[in-house]
Write a protein that binds this ligand. Sequence first.
Ligand SMILES: NC(=O)c1ccc[n+]([C@@H]2O[C@H](COP(=O)([O-])OP(=O)(O)OC[C@H]3O[C@@H](n4cnc5c(N)ncnc54)[C@H](O)[C@@H]3O)[C@@H](O)[C@H]2O)c1
Length: 355
Amino acid sequence: MSKIKVGLIGFGRMGGFYLKEMQKSKQWDIAYICDTNPKSRKKAQESAPLSVIVDDENIIFNDPEVQVVGLFALADTRKNQIEKALASGKHIIAEKPVSDTIDNEWQIVDMAEKSPLLSTVNLYLRNSWYHKAIKDFIAAGEIGELAVIRVSHLTPGLAPGEGHEYEGPSFHDCGMHYVDIARWYAESEFKTVNAQALRMWNYKDPWYLQCQGTFENGVVYDITQGHVYGQLSQIQTHNSYIDIIGTKGIARMTHDFKTAVVELHGVTQTHRIEKPFGGKNINVLCQRFADSVLSGNRHPDLPTIRDAAIASEFAWRCLENAASNDLPAIGNLQTLEEIRKRRRTLKNGYGLLNQ
Ligand SMILES: NC(=O)c1ccc[n+]([C@@H]2O[C@H](COP(=O)([O-])OP(=O)(O)OC[C@H]3O[C@@H](n4cnc5c(N)ncnc54)[C@H](O)[C@@H]3O)[C@@H](O)[C@H]2O)c1
């Protein structure tokens, strides 16, 4: 089987995850890894001794043998890299968000949709077994009509000022995944929104946000997201779930990042499924993309750049809506400094960069 030649740009936490999964698969030949930071290049050299490690992305774009580029640096550089990829005939796996402004994101949607090249974005929840199991259960009519989608993702994760400066506050950087998955379940576009946020630790941007509203088809949602969940607790924990309510039954999921538990309460079937969580499902994304490149047929479940732009734009809309409501501040920057200090030395924690 011929392998797909790929160049990875950005070798931080996510770049490392992609490398591991591509190395495990037999579908990829990781020809290049590019990073502007010498420390990341050294790590890349150690992890992928057969790849060419570069600090100039143009070497990758100028190599006609490279078929796919993986764009895993930060949002500020992505638009330019996507333009170069499309101009040099390379398929694209991009991290989210696809750029750092809504205008740029829609320009990218336009460019990508005009191109015959394949592109996808890592909206990773769509690639998970647990959301697929719940969606199949809904499609089988087991919960009656889909009525309410409730999502929560609260973790002691990435704190303000630790990185991801171009990806926006927590509800944009991380929350856009939950925005996206709610839209994926609803199979409809967002209509209304009411958002309440909090400027935890008196930081300038809210790090907790809860929103609720409707989709065009009448389905009601609420989404709660925050990386504010006990960063200084002796033993850290999180609270992450989806809770789907139909006219006749319910379906829900919770996880501890190791195991996910799906509970399905339908009119004729009741199931409890417990399986490994699956992390960011990058193996699934990479395999679907590789299969699409090799067959020339796009896998139907691959998220699109348009999906990412919609989720990103809506997450910004929630933050704007929250700013026009009461936006209290609780706590102080000294606590935030204690959190950053603790996280700098954590070896095993939530969303640690440069591991
Ligand atoms: N889909 C997901 O679930 C998910 C989760 C976490 C992060 N992300 C996204 O992935 C991206 C990377 O996040 P991360 O956590 O790996 O960040 P990170 O800070 O760990 O890594 C970013 C890397 O990119 C490098 N870099 C920056 N500019 C570059 C350039 N112009 N060329 C080459 N390398 C460059 C940096 O040196 C760094 O090594 C972000 O946009 C983030 O939003 C997505």
